[in-house]
Design a binder for this molecule. Structure first.
Ligand code: NAP
Length: 442
């Protein structure tokens, strides 16, 4: 191996995507440095802001989850780390160029395309994907203009996972509960004008199959201005099924316990309601130009399997939000299989690797990415041979391209936090791309 003058092997690493998976990858490289090996890490991000889903995915009423951004900023302060935000893979730089310039390229590009139900009426106005609705309320610059109509009294959310839960909660709580959060200003105004008082989450399987997690279910009982309903019969049935199982996971037991507590909890008699309905598969969305009704097929459980019955029912609603998982987007140089970038244990091809949701699909909480990134970094380090002699990103970015680097991002961050202090919020997010760039210049 070729050593530099200090006898240190210095490898250049490009990480594309500044979300949790990207930062945990950078951290794993930083931790793997030794007297013999160092890593110069360039993190490339399409948006003018980093932090990925911590900024544009995590619900504004869950600020604790966002504190992981402190870890990200610590990683970013390390001397071997550079941020290149406002740089888009496939447009401003190509994967081929990155491959040539860096010893390893790690794609941490997430999964931002909402999966579709594939049912008639899904394209009607006000039938939205969580992939639009969530970044809309989180001030993502690409989603500011999503048309969200909250004029009906009922909203239906499809899917029994934590994203469905976030969406339903944001629609069902009293918007004044979001006053002291970093929810997008324009979304807060709209939510305050909302006529929605009933939100119904619909899962196609039973409570025992729900993808919600315990803490999120337990949080529902803490809502001050919203009554939460689950049909007790569905929980009793689920408990019977669980008793018949040979082995029951702790998480499942806790989930059912939390759902049972919801059924037993005394209702407050408030106008705002959130209901979770199980065993209901959406089959058609109806309406004249916009969503007016959604039709479901009723399901039942037979020998532990969900089967369709001949019964259907429908709900009158003016808004349907689908939260049934996400797929990775395609860009030149990568192929997608089952919604993920095609890979074997994180290896894509040559010196290209993938981590996070882009690698394993849209599963797992933020922390899941840490062990996942550690494993992929171990594999990369095993495969690294001799550092390339190359210039890195500066040789491939067009001259004059406006990069948001760590210093520019810190200016944006400080400006948002200062505006937040004045308004009694953790931050006031800027949602306009050009404005974000100009804050970075200030
Ligand atoms: P998820 O946990 O995979 O849940 C997706 C839900 O959609 C499942 O209930 C699934 O039902 C349902 N579904 C899939 N295809 C469907 C179809 N064609 N028709 C009807 N229902 C369908 O996905 P997610 O909610 O998008 O969350 C992604 C990940 O982020 C999860 O790991 C989640 O825990 C995490 N997350 C965590 C938090 C938090 O910690 N606070 C917040 C948000 C997200 P089946 O099971 O029947 O397929």
């Amino acid at each position: 191996m070729k050593l530099n003058e200090k006898n240190i092997l210095n490898f250049k690493i490009a990480i594309v995507g500044a979300g949790p998976a990207g930062y945990f990858t950078a951290q794993a490289f930083q931790k793997a440095q030794s007297d013999d090996v160092s890593f110069a890490i360039d993190m490339i991000e399409r948006l003018p802001t980093p932090w990925g889903l911590v900024r544009s995915g995590v619900a504004p009423d869950h600020p604790k989850i966002k504190t992981v951004s402190k870890v990200f900023e610590k990683i970013a302060k390390e001397p071997n780390f550079r941020l290149f935000a406002n740089v888009e893979l496939g447009k401003d730089i190509s994967l081929k160029d990155l491959r040539d310039q860096y010893d390893a390229v790690v794609l941490a590009t997430g999964a931002s395309k909402g999966r579709k139900l594939g049912i008639p009426g899904e394209e009607l106005k006000n039938s939205l994907s969580a992939a639009q609705f969530v970044p809309w309320y989180n001030a993502h610059p690409d989603y500011v203009d999503v048309e969200v109509d909250l004029s009906s009294d009922t909203a239906v959310v499809i899917g029994a996972g934590n994203v469905a839960m976030d969406v339903a909660r944001i629609l069902a709580i009293d918007p004044s509960e979001l006053d002291q959060t970093d929810v997008a200003e324009y979304a807060l105004i709209k939510l305050k004008q909302s006529n929605i008082r009933t939100v119904i989450i619909c899962g196609r399987r039973g409570p025992e199959h729900a993808a919600f997690t315990g803490p999120e279910l337990r949080d529902l009982l803490k809502l001050e201005n919203t009554d939460v309903f689950i049909d007790p019969k569905q929980i009793e049935e689920a408990m019977k099924h669980i008793q018949e199982m040979e082995e029951v996971e702790k998480d499942l037991k806790n989930n059912i316990k939390a759902m049972k507590a919801i059924t037993e909890n005394e209702k407050k008699g408030v106008p705002r309601k959130l209901e979770i309905k199980f065993l209901s598969t959406p089959i058609e969305i109806k309406g004249n130009g916009k969503v007016e009704e959604i039709v479901f097929q009723k399901n039942k459980l037979e020998n532990g399997k969900v089967v369709a019955t001949s019964k259907t029912f429908s709900l009158k609603t003016g808004l349907v939000v689908t939260a049934i998982g996400y797929d990775s987007i395609e860009y030149p140089g990568v192929s997608i299989e089952n919604g993920r970038i095609t890979n074997i244990a994180g290896h894509v091809e040559h010196n290209v690797y993938v981590v996070g949701w882009a690698k394993r699909g849209s599963t797992g909480a933020i922390g899941t990415n840490k062990s996942d990134s550690n494993d992929v970094v171990d594999l990369i380090i095993e495969n690294l041979k001799e550092p390339k002699t190359s210039e890195g990103i500066t040789s491939i970015l067009k001259s004059g391209h406006e990069v948001i680097d760590q210093i520019a991002w810190e200016k944006i961050n400080a400006s948002e936090v200062i505006s937040g202090e004045i308004a009694g919020k953790p931050r006031v997010k800027e949602a306009d791309w050009k404005q974000l760039i100009s804050l970075g210049r200030s």
